[in-house]
Write a protein that binds this ligand. Structure first.
Ligand code: VG1
Ligand code: CO
Length: 569
């Protein structure tokens, strides 16, 4: 089952083979760190936390212990994939992980050239090569640097983020850890493809673009998209100095012949150029300004650090992520070859706007509502219950992988533009005319005192049972609860998915604490109000009564000293 080309590309490998001496496997004693419980998306901490002695190693060993158990104690049969988003500490962490994976006895390791592998590409590589799983080194849209953020995500055999059952096991192992395994060998050269044999493990450096691009070519009509650009169609893609730069240049500029310069901020940088690699109206300012000019491109798009999020812009128009999901669902069958046979179902996270629900009803397929985090879509996708998923946090994806996929979402929109020959604004107005509009905003209150935020949510939870029937924001409360999810495939129950207050007119106030932050607590307040008004309303004005009501309910001003949100998306 080992690699096809047994290419020797490193000194130590050659020496080891010749002398026949295997380097000694070291068992390094360690003590647990109490905080190694993965959150919404992997273990995300300050970089300096990860730089503490044994911090990274403890967590990685806990992951390997879980994979070993799951593989029936036979790691020699298994393949592990390793890559990251290029942020500070990526390369150091990768070399340590390679040593530990070899010491733990994996049969084969696939590591991305230059250590750069996007989250959706990781999912594709795991699935293509039948790997047991993969480690993605990324804190996603959070900033990079020694004084910024770092993270480790573990994806399993289906290519998706580890389920809650698995992350619980990892946490258990990390909490009782006594030693980790490693072996000493010089750094593996990640500069070019090749294969090295070290203490029983094949370490292969792979082209991070190959499997992923090949997969996308089966989903979209690349010839039609090339014609779109040849006929003057235009795109501006902001890679935000994250991992998608090389992917976007390869796919849009080389494969699809989009003009050189289509991709901006395309070089991955350790500090993302000093900004947050977060594709929203604040952090992708340059792109937004360009889209607001009269001669701006047809489509504007940006991805986050690890390439799983996407923002979609038309000329002078921001497409809210919930609307983007709904529009992709609306045009799936007619414009996107992968969906020619239709959607079996769609899914969205609970706080995501209900826009896609109405499209699903019109198409005649079910819409599933899951807790926040892509890991909850995995079982639904594996079981074929849905083919399209999305989150309000700029995440969209399908059953081609088990992650949200930024470049895939851009290709969906390009396909819609190429097929309909209409601009983004027309597509949106037609969609609102047909389905009405979910006016939607997320307000983030960052760096709150963690105890104060917890207490505030606990008090609101206690008050929920009294709310139904009371007047609120021009309407009346229909239902108020803490979202509880039973996975329809596994029956696994997840509690505390977020507090939701549903009004009789279909409006919603949702509130939860972030599970990806690295300092203090971040409170997310989600507001949604439906209007069948052809989308003509002013977003802020439509949402104002709901916003006031929510702030009064939460008492953020009184209890946390906050008048308004730090970020509104
Ligand atoms: C946030 C988003 C969630 C997303 C998660 C990971 O989680 O709300 O929708 O899945 O980030 O995205 P939280 O718990 O902070 O709200 V990524 O692109 O960071 O891997
Ligand atoms: Co991300």
């Amino acid at each position: 089952m080992h690699g096809d080309k047994h290419l020797m590309n490193s000194q130590p490998a050659r020496q080891n083979r010749q002398s026949g001496l295997a380097p000694e496997i070291l068992e390094v004693p360690t003590t647990p760190y109490p905080d190694q419980r993965p959150g919404t998306s992997g273990l995300r901490r300050k970089t300096r936390t990860f730089m503490q002695p044994r911090y990274l190693e403890n967590f990685i060993q806990a992951v390997f212990d879980v994979v070993r158990e799951e593989s029936g104690d036979n790691l020699a049969q298994e393949t592990l994939v390793v890559g990251g988003d290029g942020r500070y500490y990526n390369r150091t962490a990768i070399q340590r992980i390679l040593r530990m994976a070899a010491a733990n006895g994996f049969g084969r390791i696939l590591v991305a050239r230059d250590g750069l592998l996007s989250t959706p590409a990781m999912s594709a590589v795991i699935r293509t090569h039948g790997a047991a799983g993969g480690l993605i080194l990324s804190a996603s849209h959070n900033p990079g640097g020694a004084d910024a953020d770092f993270g480790v995500k573990f994806n399993g055999r289906n290519g998706g983020p580890a389920s809650e059952r698995v992350t619980d096991q990892i946490h258990q192992h990390a909490s009782g850890i006594r030693c980790y395994k490693t072996v000493e060998f010089p750094d593996i050269d990640l500069g070019g493809e090749g294969e090295t044999f070290l203490c029983g493990t094949w370490i292969r450096v792979i082209d991070p673009l190959a499997d992923y691009t090949a997969l996308l070519e089966t989903l979209f009509d690349f010839d039609a998209l090339r014609r779109y650009f040849h006929q003057g169609g235009s795109l501006r893609f902001d890679a935000m100095h994250g991992v998608t730069g090389p992917y976007a240049r390869h796919i849009f500029e080389q494969r699809l012949d989009a003009p050189h310069g289509t991709v901006i901020r395309g070089e991955p940088r350790e500090d993302f150029g000093g900004l947050h690699p977060d594709p929203n109206l604040v952090h992708a300012r340059e792109l937004v300004d360009r889209m607001n000019t009269d001669d701006g491109p047809d489509l504007g798009a940006a991805c986050d650090g690890d390439g799983d999020r996407n923002m979609i812009l038309g000329r002078g128009l921001f497409v809210s992520p919930g609307d983007s999901l709904a529009v992709i669902a609306e045009h799936a069958r007619d414009c996107i070859p992968a969906f020619r046979d239709g959607l079996t179902g769609v899914a969205r996270s609970m706080p995501t706007s209900t826009a896609v629900d109405r499209v699903a009803a019109a198409v005649g397929v079910p819409c599933f509502e899951t807790p926040t985090g892509w890991k909850f879509f995995g079982d639904l996708l594996d079981a074929g219950l849905c083919r399209l998923c999305g989150e309000e946090s700029f995440g969209t994806g399908s059953d081609h992988v088990r992650e949200k996929d930024g470049i895939w979402a851009v290709l969906c929109w390009l396909s819609i533009l190429a097929e309909t020959r209409k601009p983004v604004t027309a597509i949106m107005h037609e969609y609102w005319r047909r389905f009405g509009r979910s006016y939607y905003q997320r307000h983030d209150f960052e760096k709150l005192d963690a105890d104060a935020a917890q207490a505030l949510l606990a008090d609101l939870t206690a008050a929920l049972p009294k709310l139904p029937g009371t007047p609120l924001a021009d309407s009346r409360v229909a239902l108020a609860d803490d979202f509880r999810y039973r996975d329809p495939v596994t029956n696994f129950v997840t509690e505390h998915g977020g507090l939701r207050i549903l009004l009789e007119d279909g409006s919603r106030i949702v509130c939860r604490l972030s599970g990806t932050g690295t300092s203090g607590a971040t409170l997310r307040l989600y507001l949604e109000r439906y209007r069948d008004d052809r989308g003509r309303g002013d977003l802020n004005r439509v949402l104002a009564p709901l916003r006031e009501a929510a702030l009064e309910l939460l008492q953020l001003r009184e209890r946390c000293g906050r008048e308004s949100a730090d970020v509104v998306t």
